[in-house]
Design a binder for this molecule. Structure first.
Ligand SMILES: O=C(O)CCC(=O)C(=O)O
Ligand SMILES: [Fe+2]
Length: 281
C-alpha cells in the first residue's frame, strides 16, 4: 500500500474518500491558504523570535539555541527531537499566518469550540523544529484519538504509518497502550517477531505539504533535513466516541472524581458541538 497525494480536491471528496474511511493522505497545496507558506525558515525564526523559550526533554532552550542545535544536527549526532513551541502560548504572532487553521479541510473541528479550547485534552497548535537525524521517540497513536494534521513548512520529514488493523503486530506497551514497545528505526525481530508481518507505509513530506493522520493510525516521524512543521488536532462526531473513552482512561489516572468531572464536561461540550452542527449555517 502507498500513500496518496491529492491536489485541489473538494472538502466533500476528502470526507468521502479519506476522512470517513480513515485513510491517511497528503495534500500537496492545502497550505497555499497560509501566509506562513514560503515564509518560515530557521533564520527567520531566530530573527523574529530568537529569545522565546521552550522546554525540550526537561531543559529550557531559546529559539536561537534550538536553531543552532538543528543546524549542527546529523544522523550520527542528532539534535534533540521533537522541539516544540506551543503557538498560541509562545509564538502568538504566528497565528494570523496559519489562518484558516483548518486549511479548508480539517472541519468540522470541535476543538475550535470555546468549550473544548481549554487545554484538558492534549490538543494544541504547535510548531515542530527538527534537525537531520531527529527521530520521534516512539511509534505511537496520538492521545485522545484526535486526528492529526501536520503541515511541513521547511525541509523534509519521513513518516511511517501503518494501515488499520495491524495493532497486534506492533506491540503496544500494556501500561501505555498508545505507545509501541518496539524501536521502529531498528526493530528487534527476535523480540518482536510479529512485526515482520506488519506493512509500514513510508513516505517523505516536503515544504508546503500537509499530512492528515486519522485517529487510530500508528505512526512515527524522522527529520532528514532541518525541518519546521505546524501541527494541530481535530475532533468531531467521528472520533468523539473513542475520544470519550480516552478521556475516561487518562483522567482516571488522576483520580476518579476528576475523571467523572472532566468526562461530564466533555460529554456536555460534545452535545453542544453536535447541536451546533445541526443548525442551519
Ligand atoms: O512531526 C512529527 O515529528 C510527528 C509528531 C507526532 O506524531 C506527534 O506529535 O504526535
Ligand atoms: Fe503523533
Amino acid at each position: 500500500m502507498d500513500i496518496t497525494r491529492v491536489g485541489d480536491i473538494s472538502h466533500q471528496e476528502f470526507m468521502a474518500e479519506f476522512y470517513d474511511p480513515g485513510i491517511p493522505v497528503i495534500f500537496t497545496s492545502a497550505s497555499n491558504a497560509w501566509q506562513a507558506k514560503n515564509l518560515l525558515t530557521p533564520d527567520w525564526l531566530v530573527e523574529k523570535f530568537g529569545d522565546r523559550t521552550t522546554e525540550v526533554k526537561g531543559k529550557k532552550y531559546t529559539m536561537r539555541e534550538l536553531i543552532a542545535l538543528i543546524k549542527n544536527s546529523s544522523s550520527e549526532n542528532p539534535a534533540p527531537y521533537p522541539c516544540i513551541f506551543n503557538i498560541p502560548g509562545s509564538l502568538p504572532e504566528l497565528l494570523p499566518l496559519v489562518e484558516p487553521l483548518d486549511l479548508n479541510y480539517a472541519k468540522p473541528n470541535w476543538l475550535r469550540h470555546k468549550m473544548f479550547e481549554r487545554g484538558y485534552w492534549g490538543s494544541a497548535t504547535e510548531l515542530f523544529i527538527g534537525g537531520p537525524g531527529g527521530k520521534f521517540p516512539y511509534l505511537h497513536l496520538d492521545y485522545y484519538h484526535l486526528n492529526a494534521w501536520i503541515t511541513q513548512l521547511y525541509g523534509e520529514k519521513e513518516f511511517t504509518v501503518f494501515p488499520r488493523g495491524q495493532e497486534h503486530l506492533l506491540y503496544p506497551n500494556p501500561d501505555n497502550t498508545w505507545q509501541s514497545n518496539l524501536n521502529l528505526f531498528e526493530p528487534d525481530y527476535e523480540k518482536y517477531p510479529l512485526f515482520r508481518e506488519a506493512t509500514p507505509i513510508k513516505f517523505t513530506i516536503g515544504p508546503g505539504e500537509t499530512l492528515f493522520i486519522p485517529a487510530g493510525t500508528w505512526h512515527s516521524a524522522y527529520s532528514t533535513t532541518q525541518t519546521l512543521s505546524v501541527a494541530f488536532d481535530q475532533l468531531n462526531s467521528k472520533n468523539y466516541p473513542d475520544f470519550m473513552q480516552d478521556v475516561w482512561e487518562f483522567k482516571k489516572r488522576e483520580g476518579k472524581l476528576k475523571a467523572v468531572a472532566l468526562y461530564g464536561y466533555a460529554w456536555v461540550a460534545g452535545q453542544v458541538c453536535r447541536l451546533g452542527e445541526k443548525q442551519p449555517a
